[in-house]
Design a protein around this ligand. Structure first.
Ligand code: MG
Length: 345
């Protein structure tokens, strides 16, 4: 799940003192450091291990749901699997009852499930999946007081190419191969970002690498629903957007330090070629929020992918705390940095 507070949705804040915008002070693990607009926590090795135990629960719930993604299943049934898996591990679903940032209803489910042009924060319900649909499943859990957050995007299996939103008059037929390549691009966008999460790196450079990769593949991206710190709460400072904006550069940029734990969650859109302006900022794909006050969507006919991992920044580099191990958990792709094949997702 992304940061949802309205005031955090990617707008610049001219009132923020510029002295807070750049640079961080040296701090020890287990403490906090002020950078950007809020203090962010630095976790000890023991605390990172505790977050990883929550990450194991999140990964198990995602695997259970992903394995059940078939034509004819409802999104409520997938959510029930997520909830049952989290509870079976002695953990709690972080999203259930999550308060709405603008006074709307609390989130009513244990997972966010968003289909086709829906981007994030879809509410599971009676909707039945069709072959070929592109499904985003986003899960957060709290185990022994520590949280983790991750999301996957999967195509509902189909032997032949199927129309997306088959019930719609303007149903879109996209080949399975095209959808799979798009989803693989989304995973690789995430891993381009993860690979860049070295101590000392500015976050704007991490975001810039993600957006340049997605745009190079012919895709657009959504801004305004950001990655974030994770720890005692599922959403903590700082914001960690996957695109570069003037607001990020001017007010919210920060330097990665060992002990930071961040959920990284690029949102990539097929059918809307992204544009990076002369200043290096991405022109985002427009979105709308549904009457349910939660579901975020791009225009009908576009297709969104949303993938997410919780990552610890360590002295030896980034560490994925929500890695899945199941047979459907990864896609073999070339590592952008080294060209070697590795498992993504
Ligand atoms: Mg998240």
């Amino acid at each position: 799940m992304n940061h949802v507070a309205t005031e955090l949705h990617g707008s610049t804040n001219p009132a923020l003192p510029s002295a807070l915008s750049h640079g961080t002070s040296i701090a020890q693990a287990g403490t906090s450091v002020s950078s950007g607009r809020a203090a962010m926590n630095l976790r000890s090795a023991e605390e990172i291990a505790a977050i990883e135990r929550s990450g194991v629960v999140v990964a198990a719930a995602l695997e259970a749901a992903e394995a059940a993604v078939v034509a004819g299943v409802s999104t409520a049934e997938l959510d029930a699997l997520v909830r049952a898996t989290i509870v079976a591990h002695g953990a709690e679903p972080s999203f259930l009852g999550y308060p709405h940032a603008a006074g709307g209803p609390a989130f009513p489910a244990s997972s966010c499930i968003s289909v086709n042009n829906e981007v994030v924060h879809g509410i599971p319900g009676v909707r039945v999946l069709n072959a070929g649909d592109v499904v985003k499943i986003d899960v957060g859990a709290r185990f022994a007081g520590w949280c983790a957050d991750a999301a996957v995007t999967v195509r509902v299996p189909a032997n032949t190419n199927h129309a997306l939103d088959a019930h719609a008059a303007d149903a879109l037929v996209i080949s399975n191969a095209t959808i799979d390549a798009f989803i693989a691009d989304a995973w690789q966008t995430l891993h381009v970002g993860i690979s860049a999460m070295q101590p000392g790196m500015r976050w704007s450079e991490v975001a810039g690498r993600m957006q340049r990769f997605a745009v190079s593949r012919g895709h657009g991206m959504v801004d305004g629903w950001h990655g974030h710190g994770v720890g005692r709460s599922v959403h903590e400072a700082p914001q960690a957007p996957s695109t570069v904006s003037a607001g990020l550069r001017e007010y919210r940029d920060f330097t990665l330090l060992p002990g930071m734990v961040l959920a990284i969650e690029p949102i990539v859109v097929m059918g809307a070629q992204g544009v990076i302006d002369d200043s290096g900022c991405l022109i985002p794909v427009p979105v709308s929020v549904a009457a349910d006050r939660w579901t975020v969507a791009v225009a009908p006919g576009l297709v969104a992918a949303h993938v997410e991992h919780t990552i610890a920044v360590t002295r030896s580099g980034p560490r994925i705390l929500t890695r899945r191990t199941g047979v459907r958990a990864g896609i073999a792709l070339n590592d952008c940095n080294g060209g070697s094949s590795r498992l993504l997702g």
